[in-house]
Design a protein around this ligand. Sequence first.
Ligand SMILES: [Zn+2]
Ligand SMILES: [Zn+2]
Length: 143
Amino acid sequence: MQNDKKDDLGNIKKLIKKIQHDYPQFRVIEGKKFAFRPPKTIIVGPFAPFCELTLLHELGHALCGHKSFKLDLERVKIENEAWDKAKALAVIYKVPIDEDYIQDELDSYREWLHKKSRCPKCGLTRYQTIDGLYHCPRCENFT
Ligand SMILES: [Zn+2]
Ligand SMILES: [Zn+2]
């Protein structure tokens, strides 16, 4: 088990090196949580299972030029896009693709969106306007 863990860490370090070499326009730094911080910083860590795939996902965000988003629906869309990109990158970098892991990650965003869009008063699905606010078609009156 110990050896496996060491190998994993070696793999992720190698992958970070390769990515820094192939994409010098991005900066890879170690942090608490994997993330892409536009315009060019990729934060990596912790080095848990599937971290290589997660790194490719964040690189996917970077390569797709994802910036901030106002609508939660856009968030789900860009997560999908970043995973599509990650899968293509995984073939190039020979990182095993775990569909279950990817679907779980996407599900957590879908669930988050579902929860957020539910009207707390009546349970109906609300819609979000460009200002980021949610509106319930049943509970809100428009004049
Ligand atoms: Zn993402
Ligand atoms: Zn309502």
